[in-house]
Design a protein around this ligand. Structure first.
Ligand SMILES: [Zn+2]
Length: 830
């Protein structure tokens, strides 16, 4: 663009100038996007330091468990007796102990069920307007099942170490056990609980564990989670964490050792947290030998083959076997059992003296093939390779992926329950191959969905199973961090992994969410999140992507993130510990970042509103007046009336009476006079030497000076990645840190001095800031291009005669495949 020459002023060189549309802060309406978070974060203390590390007197409780459990396949129930040894490492004397009774969430009188609200259409349901009352088949069947079966723990007995009954009080999903004597600091106590409950059918009731029933051949997969009374956490920051289990906010747990004896039908295969202790007693000689071979296998190999599993599920038995598992230093224990299980395994080797080898295993029914034997165990190993690079070596001897359900995913120490199966099994399908295996297909998104869900759930063994954050309060601390690392692991699985390019990038996805109305800040309690997935998963994950790739860069981020993981491994971090550690280790003040991304609902949208091009004025009238004359001539065309008068041949009075001419007819306003020259000489004399040097050098350099106006429409302050294209086509990338917004978070003007003219500037050309609107990111603006799909009016009317003829044709043996096309909704992973 052409512009006026810039008169040089001392003030211009030392401070930015306000452009016409720059918004200034007022006394009454002041916002400091860079104000430190001190007021929001808890005061540092001896348990948690100001640097974000565990303090010198950090402590946590410990709970060791022995459990004997019996699975009753006749009525889908379990019964158990368990002993807990509880160690009080806190500085406080405890008069009672709280336990979590998560199965009570399914009781008719639970807060979770009583506070469920009625279904409302969201506008996506066919034929239902937004906000209309909605009852789905799924919900109706769920309510019917609740009416038919009692759920929740039946507590038979609570006894102390000497077998004496103890007082206990059940408060919804929590149970308080009263101690006869206060448990002092450093003391340990033991007690036992006998209990039972009816297992939920997960596909009907919906939960994080239960059983999956296959009606075609009346077989079951059991996957037991939140299945025993677990110690509630007692912490330095909240005391007892006994907020009720409402379904969303997950679990806050203590570490300990487990020995669990699981008695199941003799033809079942059991997968569980920890290591199997009695292989010879529960496996056939051949399976046992294969398992030992797998301990040095570099690729997955079968312990139980698909054919053996198929034969197994056709038998059934009334005999039982007891599988014994031990797990050291875990915060939970889960298990799965079925006669349908195929089982494969391979070894994962890592550079770690404590855990040099990890046995990666998968358990799945034939219905999950051919996807599972191909992808599951590889996904488990891939996860460990990627996550360990960002945190610490995988800390346990086994890592397991179990196909327990059709959709979804859930995580526990060393064991994960993962969904995704190919097209549903059809027993009368004629497309059986010679081997008798059903010919099943799967979509690209199913494959990526399976790999993705396994990465996600195995990833949870790092966060929060090892870095033990408080899930009941802060979904994002494990889901967000885990989704971030899942994204990294998916990018490393194969190029153009679904959702990371063609379809929808994670930052596009989050930008759409962050501009929506129905949202709360990330720093909101798990059970109060309005949009659980975008808030708890996508937004914090995206924030960490922006932090790593754009704000800090990979080197600083990776160092700081690994520091966080290692500081809090097997400990209990809070959000402030994460915020403080990432600052402490990176050396970069990130309070603005946490404030914008985690404490606000602002979004990123920067517009580039205008650019003004200047050259420094030499102040020399001999130069400047001529330039002014040219510029005036270039910018302001001759008056139209004067042109048309001339074209009409109309003579002016001056032309008709030349004697009217004087000095001004011979000299225009840009003529240099002696007074002008003297003024310039005086100006040069009055300048300091360094000022004169600067002026003369600018005249020689003849640079272009640009004033670029940026507007922060979204409100969230962000770095400004700029692509500057010169008039000769040369491109230059420039990264301006977010601190440019520190005095005014809504509008700033940046000065750029260039030796060549700029043709265009683009904000965020690599799409790395989660900018929500790219239509205002270019200067000069661009014509937006798209394709307009023609609209065809739907004039369909009910043709009863055609319907009748079709019915007649079908009765004569026509085919109809429409019943097979059942669209499945993408399910969320926990
Ligand atoms: Zn998750």
């Amino acid at each position: 663009m052409r512009s006026l020459l810039l008169p040089l002023m001392a003030a211009l060189l030392t401070a930015g100038i306000a452009s016409a549309d720059e918004t200034r802060q007022s006394k009454s309406d002041h916002y400091d996007a860079f104000r430190q978070l001190d007021a929001e974060l808890p005061t540092p203390n001896v348990y948690r330091t100001a640097s974000g590390a565990p303090g010198s007197r950090y402590w946590q409780q410990r709970a060791d468990h022995n459990i004997k459990v019996l699975l009753n396949e006749d009525n889908q129930s379990i019964a158990a007796s368990q002993t807990i040894r509880y160690t009080n490492n806190s500085p406080d004397a405890l008069r009672y102990i709280w336990l979590q009774l998560d199965q009570n969430r399914f009781r008719a009188d639970s807060a979770a069920r009583l506070t469920e609200t009625a279904g409302k259409a969201t506008g996506k349901e066919k034929g239902r307007g937004d906000g209309q009352d909605l009852l789905t088949y799924t919900e109706l069947a769920r309510q019917q099942r609740f009416a038919d079966v009692d759920h929740g723990f039946v507590i038979q007995r609570v006894a102390d170490g000497r077998g004496r009954d103890m007082n206990y009080t059940i408060v919804d999903t929590m149970m308080r056990i009263d101690l006869a004597q206060p448990l002092g600091p450093g003391q340990r106590t033991a007690f036992s609980i006998d209990w039972s409950f009816n297992i939920i059918e997960e596909s009907i009731i919906s939960g994080r564990g239960g059983y999956d029933h296959f009606p075609e051949n009346d077989t079951y997969i059991y996957f037991l989670a939140q299945w025993f009374p677990r110690l509630a956490a007692y912490t330095d920051y909240v005391g007892w964490q006994h907020q009720q289990f409402l379904g969303r906010g997950e679990f806050t747990l203590e570490f300990g050792d487990y020995e669990v004896e699981i008695t199941v039908p003799a033809d079942h295969i059991v997968s569980a947290t920890g290591e199997l202790q009695n292989e010879a007693a529960v496996l056939t000689a051949e399976q046992h030998q294969r398992l030992n071979q797998a301990r040095s296998a570099d690729k997955p190999m079968f312990i139980v083959t698909p054919e053996e599993a198929l034969a197994n599920e056709q038998q059934g038995t009334s005999d039982t076997k007891t599988w014994v598992f031990k797990a050291t230093n875990v915060r939970d224990f889960a298990w799965a059992s079925s006669r349908k299980f195929i089982w494969d395994a391979m070894i994962h080797r890592q550079d770690d003296a404590a855990q040099p080898e990890v046995l990666a295993m998968s358990f799945y029914p034939n219905e999950a093939e051919p996807m599972w034997s191909q992808y599951s165990t590889h996904s488990v190993v891939h996860t460990m390779e990627v996550y360990s690079r960002f945190s610490f070596p995988y800390p346990y001897p086994t890592a397991q992926s179990v196909n327990a359900w059709e959709r979804g995913g859930m995580e526990y120490p060393m064991i994960t329950f993962n969904g995704r199966r190919p097209e549903p099994f059809e027993p009368d399908d004629e497309d059986l191959d010679p081997g008798g295996k059903p010919d099943r297909t799967y979509s690209r998104s199913s494959k990526h969905g399976l790999v993705g869900v396994i990465i996600h759930e195995i990833g949870h063994i790092y966060f929060p199973m090892t870095v033990n954050s408080d899930e009941r309060q802060w979904t994002w601390m494990d889901e967000g961090i885990n989704s971030f690392l899942q994204y990294i692991a998916e990018l490393e699985w194969e190029e153009d992994f679904h959702n990371h390019r063609d379809n929808y990038s994670i930052l596009e996805h989050v930008a759409e969410y962050m501009t929506s109305e129905n949202q709360v800040p990330i720093m909101t309690h798990s059970d109060s999140l309005l949009q659980f997935g975008p808030n708890g998963y996508t937004k914090p994950a995206s924030a960490l992507v922006v932090l790593r790739e754009t704000v800090l860069g990979r080197e600083l981020f990776d160092f700081a993130f690994r520091e966080y993981a290692q500081r809090w491994k097997f400990k209990r971090p809070t959000p402030s510990d994460l915020f403080r550690t990432l600052e402490d280790a990176s050396g970069v003040d990130l309070d603005w970042f946490w404030r914008g991304w985690f404490y606000s609902t602002d979004h990123v949208d920067v517009a580039i509103n205008s650019i003004r091009e200047y050259k420094v004025s030499t102040a020399n009238p001999e130069v400047e007046f001529e330039l002014n004359r040219q510029e005036r001539a270039d910018e302001v065309p001759e008056t139209l009336g004067q042109i048309r008068n001339r074209e009409e041949g109309r003579k002016t009075r001056l032309e008709r009476f030349p004697e009217l001419a004087d000095y001004y007819n011979e000299n225009d306003p840009y003529e240099v006079t002696n007074a002008d020259r003297n003024k310039y000489t005086k100006l040069l004399e009055d300048l300091e030497d360094w000022e004169r040097d600067a002026l003369l050098r600018a005249a020689e350099d003849d640079d272009f000076i640009y004033f670029v106006d940026f507007e922060n429409i979204g409100g969230l302050v962000t770095p400004l990645p700029l692509l500057i294209t010169d008039a000769d086509g040369k491109e230059e990338f420039m990264m301006i840190p977010a601190e440019i917004w520190r005095l005014n978070h809504l509008a700033v003007t940046k000065m750029l001095i260039r030796d060549k003219a700029i043709a265009s500037i683009e904000v965020d050309p690599r799409r790395e800031t989660a900018d929500a609107d790219f239509s205002n990111n270019h200067y000069p603006g661009r014509i937006e291009q798209s394709r307009l799909e023609l609209y065809k009016r739907d004039d369909e009317t009910r043709d009863m005669m055609a319907d009748m003829l079709a019915t007649l044709r079908e009765a004569k043996g026509g085919e109809d495949h429409s019943a097979r096309a059942v669209p499945l909704e993408p399910a969320g992973n926990d």
